[in-house]
Write a protein that binds this ligand. Structure first.
Ligand SMILES: *Cc1c(COP(=O)(O)O)cnc(C)c1O
Length: 418
């Protein structure tokens, strides 16, 4: 049989790659046309636009810079970005330079902020591609300024400065900020257009940690003003902060909410994706993962199912096998836990999830047949049930962000305009 993955890597070479002789490999995922299995992820673009509209209302005039790192949280960044750009997103944020390049190559025109902060030898490439760097270190100012002086890039070089207000991950501390003025004076080619910080605990039950971060952010702003730096774009809010109506400043940076999942906001309530938002609309989960029954069997009481016989029938049982496993992103921690939907109803996952397959107990359902649709994530026609990313995360002791970004590249994404 022909390999399903016709092309493992995109081979477009960038200027940086030509000059340095390196190649940034861009892994490709299974294309819809290559898909043989009935296992696929459907991305509902109408739900995505709906969520953007909810987010825009919550942003109350602040610009929405949609966070599309990690391939748009697994939804496919280019298609998601094109949809959001047309629907009025003001900008995008990615983690990696490669992610920014991918969006430019997909024709995205609005600003793209590269937040990961590591640019290796690719400072020039970043600007040539029309991407906006986040900086957090004085040496970065110098690198950009020297490139401008050498005529390799245009001045002024517009950057966003990240301040560390309590996350202790990336960003200049307030102490370092005080000496930043000197370096900015020495290198006027670099202009601080944006000032940002990131919240460590925006979804906490209490707001103490966040209040303190906000206080430090204001202090950082004041410090910059003192040295004559006036960023026009201040931004801090992730989805959780935005849903609480906090820290909107000039722009907001939601990721998860755009994909239809509300982070749980501590004791403010169990805000699952259909929970009460501070808006009449609720968010709609954008991704649906579906497959089909490929085998059915009857298992007698006492007989085991799957690796290590992790599950044993206690009654005459009807077991359905589905072609999706942990290599597709269904966490192995769902073994003997959690549900999938068949005929619009929940059925339990039984036995160990294997790499490529999983088993369901469909005894309670009448007349399950081969090729019947099985929903792993999302909802199913003919039923009101929803398998949410948060529900799966809860079963596995993780968070919905990880569930979404785990749907692997061998699951082709199909884009739907219902
Ligand atoms: C991921 C990320 C966001 C978006 O967070 P969500 O919780 O998904 O809304 C915003 N800002 C930064 C710096 C991030 O890394």
């Amino acid at each position: 049989m022909e390999p399903v993955f016709a092309s493992e890597h995109a081979v477009t070479r960038t200027a940086f790659e030509r000059d340095t002789g390196t190649r940034v490999a861009k892994p490709r995922r299974a294309a819809p046309s290559d898909a043989v299995r009935p296992t696929r992820a459907e991305i509902n673009l109408q739900a995505l636009r709906h969520n953007l509209a909810v987010v825009q209302r919550l942003a109350a005039g602040a610009r929405v810079w949609a966070v599309l790192k990690a391939d748009g949280y697994g939804h496919g960044a280019p298609a998601v970005a094109r949809t959001l750009e047309r629907a009025g997103a003001h900008g995008f944020c990615v983690a990696l330079l490669e992610e920014g390049i991918e969006l430019r190559e997909a024709g995205i025109r609005v600003p793209i902020l590269v937040m990961g902060g590591y640019y290796g030898a690719a400072y020039e490439e970043l600007l040539v591609r029309g991407l906006t760097p986040v900086i957090y270190d004085r040496t970065q100012v110098e690198r950009f300024a020297r490139l401008a002086r050498a005529g390799r890039i245009d001045a002024p070089v517009r950057v966003h400065l990240k301040v560390d207000t309590g996350m202790a991950r990336l960003g200049v501390t307030l102490d370092e900020l005080r000496s930043f003025g000197t370096i900015l004076e020495r290198f006027p080619e670099v202009r601080i257009e944006g000032l940002m910080t990131h919240f460590a605990s925006a979804d906490d039950a209490t707001t103490e940690a966040m209040d303190e971060q906000l206080r430090l952010f204001e202090e950082a702003s004041a410090e910059l003003r003192r040295i004559g730096v006036h960023p026009t774009l201040r931004h801090a809010a992730n989805s959780a902060a935005l849903l609480r109506g906090w820290a909107r400043f000039d722009a907001v940076r939601p990721g998860l909410a755009l994909f239809g999942i509300a982070p749980r906001l501590g004791e403010l309530g169990e805000l699952g994706e259909l929970g009460e938002l501070p808006e009449p609309e609720s968010l709609r989960q954008v991704m649906r993962v579906r497959t089909e029954v490929i085998a059915l069997r009857d298992v007698a009481p006492g007989n085991p199912v799957g690796y290590s016989g992790l599950w044993k029938a206690t009654r005459p049982s009807r077991i359905a096998t589905v072609p999706i496993g942990y290599a597709d992103g269904v966490p192995r921690a769902l073994s003997n836990r959690g549900h999938m939907l068949v005929h619009g109803r929940r059925v339990p996952i039984v036995g160990a999830i294997s790499m490529d397959m999983a088993m369901l107990d469909v005894t309670e359902l009448a007349q399950v047949a081969l090729r019947d649709e099985v929903v792993v994530l999302g909802s199913q026609e003919g039923g009101n049930e929803l398998i949410s990313a948060s529900e799966i995360a809860d079963h596995c002791g993780t968070i919905p962000w990880e569930v979404l970004t785990s749907v692997s590249r061998r699951v082709p994404r199909f884009y739907r305009e219902p």
